[in-house]
Design a protein around this ligand. Structure first.
Ligand code: R2B
Ligand code: URA
Length: 309
């Protein structure tokens, strides 16, 4: 398991609500969720968010608004005819939309931006007394040896040193948190890929890099002191480890959701095949179309969850 969560099971209360593994929180009269622009005193969090079952996170505000709109239509929710409001508008950092039981939250680029909002979302879910939630990341990535436009469902996260951990300095010492995702969620999401989709859906490891350029072995950044051969050796090593795509959050997302004991999945579209190049060349319309693919795949999972109940 790990040091932040030494137990062997998901930390849950008997009713399925989340147990926060931080006893210091009990000393707070009010907890301010600063980046969400919410707090436990001025907002009735159970009334506003208590019915949430799924949280979907992704890089941009626009994409996450589109996703909330898509879910409202898919589940035929009353929100489909309303203008969705950004529930974090007081913070101005991120965006969060609610479509019935689905929260759609932007997280920006990279680990620090993502983990900041993710941790406040985890506290929000606990304060709102949400039961057994599942958190998805729907994102974009560079693929390894699969056609651009493919979807990857992440089976494990990998860091830039090829370890299956998220490494974070805490009080001057680096902790290594395992980057493991719920394998059932991964398999179930993948099983909902459909034969007549016009894209392939793959299961594989995802490297979360701390940089878009040299951190992902690119040759087109402002600095580069390695060769094309070095790059290819590295990408082929990743491929040999079962890595299918590279983005900038997967290992930390897997580690923190696991530390909190919340089931999670990562579903990304690939914008290019990194074995063939570094530049993102498809036009804007194509990229926009491709970004819908993780939404379609996760939408199927959410739709099925409510159909089966
Ligand atoms: C994928 O795309 C972004 C960089 O372009 C980053 O947030 C990621 O993980
Ligand atoms: N996002 C990344 O982090 N890398 C890519 O190659 C494409 C999108």
């Amino acid at each position: 398991w790990n040091e932040l969560n030494p137990g062997k099971e998901y930390p849950r209360n008997n009713d399925g609500t989340i147990k926060l593994l931080n006893k210091h929180l009990q000393e707070l009269k009010v907890d301010i969720l600063y980046h969400l622009g919410l707090d436990t005193q001025n907002y009735d969090l159970p009334a506003i968010f208590g019915d949430v079952k799924f949280v979907c996170m992704g890089g941009t505000k626009y994409r996450m608004r589109d996703f909330a709109q898509y879910i409202a239509e898919l589940l035929d929710l009353p929100e489909k005819n309303k203008k969705l409001v950004n529930l974090t508008k007081h913070s101005q950092r991120y965006a969060m939309y609610k479509a019935g039981p689905v929260l759609s939250v932007s997280h920006g680029i990279g680990v620090p931006s993502m983990t900041t909002v993710l941790q406040e979302v985890i506290k929000l879910l606990a304060y709102a007394k949400v039961k057994d939630p599942i958190i998805f990341r729907i994102g974009t990535s560079g693929g390894l040896d699969i056609p651009p436009g493919s979807v990857v469902v992440t089976s494990f996260g990998l860091n830039g040193n090829l370890g299956k951990t998220f490494d974070i300095p805490v009080l001057g010492k680096t902790r290594q948190l395992p980057s493991i995702l719920d394998s059932r969620v991964c398999q179930e999401v993948h099983s909902l890929s459909v034969d007549n989709d016009d894209f392939g859906t793959y299961i594989g490891g995802t490297m979360g890099a701390d940089d878009f350029y040299i951190g992902q072995g690119r040759l087109d950044g402002p600095f580069c002191d390695y060769t094309q051969t070095d790059k290819m050796t590295f990408l082929n090593t990743l491929k040999g480890l079962g890595v299918r795509n590279i983005e900038m959050e997967a290992n930390a997302f897997a580690a923190y959701t696991r530390a909190a004991g919340i089931r999670a999945g990562i579903i990304c579209v690939t914008f290019l095949n990194r074995l063939l190049g570094d530049q993102v060349t498809p036009n804007k319309a194509t990229l926009k179309e491709w970004q819908k693919r993780p939404m379609i795949v996760v939408g199927r999972y959410i739709e099925k969850y409510f159909e089966d109940r």
